[in-house]
Design a protein around this ligand. Structure first.
Ligand code: NJP
Length: 235
């Protein structure tokens, strides 16, 4: 088993939802967590609990992504784990989708994953060790009506991570991808915690536990893919 104590972990999209739950769980396992998102107040509140570092950044901006990694190295001198979780989505018939909304979804989900990995990989390669975890989606493996932009972005994000896995494996770096079904978060301007979603959705902490599971795999094991659904969800 890999011990997470004192491992330095960047978690993107940590201001709420899955990223926040992951940041809290990794901190409870003794990791030094660098929480990344655009909402400063939420990050400050989180960092009081994790005793880690928070960095206000837009993952879709290359300067911001480079800054996140540089600040992490400046504060902790090392980087062990990157959780590419930040993501957005909205759903509509194709002809009603604006090109600006398409760009927002792709910039966050695909380019955001690419840029954070691009900033981190040279350091992970230099230490010949590291673990990148992507939060993709079950829609990285299926299609559905009104999901052209989000679905395509999640297929593309998955392809970025699967290609990267092959590139970095010879350097001792692991890439794991988690594919959740419905999760009760603030995704697409929803509000978690209703009686209905408690029956139909996973909790953010379920995904955080999946992240912990892949990270704690023994050094010689890489969990390439992990999919999880609420028992009630057919897919
Ligand atoms: O959503 P939400 P989730 N730069 O809205 C951040 C995937 N997923 O936890 O910047 C930096 O509660 C945003 O922070 P802020 C989904 O595709 C979900 O559900 O302050 N950060 C917030 O912390 C996504 O990849 C479901 O607004 C940015 C976080 O992202 C991941 O799970 C199902 C950002 C979003 O928190 C987490 O989403 C599934 C940017 N440009 C996959 N843009 C589901 N919920 O059902 C956004 O299969 N963030």
């Amino acid at each position: 088993m890999t011990d997470l104590t004192n491992q330095v972990a960047i978690v993107s999209g940590a201001s709420r939802g899955i990223g926040r739950a992951t940041a809290l769980l990794l901190a409870m396992q003794g990791a030094k967590v660098v929480a990344v998102a655009r909402s400063e107040a939420e990050l400050d509140e989180l960092t009081q609990k994790t005793q880690g570092l928070s960095i206000v950044a837009d993952v879709a901006d290359e300067t911001d992504a480079q800054h996140v990694v540089a600040e992490t190295l400046r504060r902790y001198g090392r980087l062990d784990i990157v959780v590419c979780n930040a993501g957005v989505g909205s759903f509509n018939e194709l002809e009603h989708f604006s090109s600006a909304e398409w760009d927002r979804i792709f910039d966050t989900n695909v380019k955001g994953t690419f840029l954070l990995c691009k900033a981190a990989v040279p350091h992970l390669k230099a230490q010949r060790k590291g673990h990148i975890v992507g939060i993709a989606s079950d829609v990285s493996k299926r299609t559905f009506a009104n999901g052209t932009a989000y679905g395509a972005s999640k297929y593309a994000q998955d392809a970025v991570l699967a290609s990267l896995r092959k590139e970095v494996r010879p350097h001792g770096i692991k890439v794991s991808v988690i594919y959740p079904g419905f999760v009760d978060t603030y995704f697409n301007d929803t509000k978690p915690g209703s009686a209905e979603t408690e029956k139909t959705h996973l909790r953010p902490s379920d995904i955080a536990q999946a992240v912990r599971y892949v990270l704690e795999a023994p050094p010689h094991v890489v969990v390439d893919e992990l999919m999880l659904h609420p028992l009630t969800q057919e897919w």
